[in-house]
Design a protein around this ligand. Structure first.
Ligand code: AMP
Length: 308
């Protein structure tokens, strides 16, 4: 089943303790689309300026991403700058130049309108609602957002939440959205707002997935090398939704596997700058990483006599 993603396509200036890149391919829709492209067919809707390099277009197309919904307009491509120290969970946004993204008016091409899986990446909730108006009710709609929209457009965000099936946000955003410090209670509140599944991402520390049936948690996999964590959250979403779209399996077991594929794509993303790692992964690299998560989290219970 194909997936439609609507969101930012960017040129990123990123600095980490291991180096820097300027004008690197980035944006939430890009990371999501590349990660999901290993699982299923991806359709992308976004906007760039005329400065967006042809080589970036070619790279996205080389992963089979359908760019019919990528508008190229007068003006500059959205540019974002991020700087990391050794704590990769803490990032400074050095600048945000919206450029053409400021006037983004998503137009869903006719042939994308019946896409069964849709991911609304982090954009203005009013635009997310507009996208939902343009498409036929998808089988599964996923949503990302950020503190900016939680604070500034709470009503519109609630309206989108009521219409989506999966919400994927950071644990701090879960607490903020629910106005509740205890993650478990916050998750229960959010599930009452509409989504069936809530994925609370915890950066380097893994993720917790809540549904009415169960809670599943995956730890962070200690990595040999972390070069640039930019886009890890969007790559997680790409692996998670990509697996669901490829299999249609929304059973509790399927959601667990989707969580591991999400973590797999998020962790692989961190191993190189920008999208460099995500562009030519071999299938065995994805499967090997999945197995590493399995080994990391597996244990047997052996009863012992406890002192009581
Ligand atoms: P993540 O590391 O998952 O938060 O995603 C980082 C990506 O999000 C970068 O490639 C940025 O270009 C993009 N980004 C940063 N700020 C925004 C924003 N306000 N709206 C949409 N995309 C953004």
């Amino acid at each position: 089943m194909p997936i439609l993603v609507v969101g930012s396509v960017a040129l990123d200036d990123v600095e980490t303790p291991f180096g820097r890149r300027e004008g690197a391919l980035g944006g939430a829709a890009v990371y999501f689309g590349l990660a999901a492209s290993y699982f299923t067919e991806v359709r992308l809707v976004g906007v760039v300026g005329r400065d967006f390099p042809e080589s970036h277009m070619e790279l996205l197309a080389s992963r089979g991403i359908d760019l019919a919904g990528l508008q190229v307009v007068d003006g500059k491509t959205f540019r974002w700058g991020g700087k990391y120290g050794y704590d990769f969970n803490a990032r400074d946004t050095t600048f945000t130049d919206l450029g053409a993204f400021a006037g983004f008016d998503p137009q869903i091409p006719e042939r994308f309108r019946k896409t069964p899986y849709v991911l609304l990446a982090n954009i203005d909730p009013r635009l997310q609602l507009d996208v939902l108006e343009q498409v036929e009710r998808p089988e599964i709609a996923g949503l990302d957002t950020m503190n900016y929209w939680i604070e500034r457009t709470p009503e519109e965000l609630r309206a989108v939440l009521a219409r989506v099936d999966i919400l994927l946000i950071n644990d701090s955003e879960v607490r903020q959205l629910a106005d509740e410090p205890i993650l478990l209670k916050a998750a229960a509140r959010i599930l009452d707002m509409g989504p069936e599944i809530l994925v609370a991402k915890k950066g380097e520390d893994g993720a917790v997935v809540f549904s009415r049936e169960e809670i599943f948690a995956v730890p962070g996999l200690p990595l040999d090398s972390i070069i640039d964590p930019t886009g890890a959250g969007d790559s997680f979403a790409g692996g998670f939704m990509g697996y669901l779209a490829a299999t249609g399996d929304r059973s509790p077991e399927g959601i667990r596997r989707a969580t591991i594929y999400g973590s797999t794509m998020g962790s692989l993303c961190c191993e190189a700058f920008s999208t460099e790692k995500l562009v030519d992964l071999a299938p065995h690299e994805i499967e090997d990483r999945f197995q590493e998560y399995k080994r990391l989290t597996h244990f047997e219970h052996a009863p012992i006599l406890l002192n009581a």
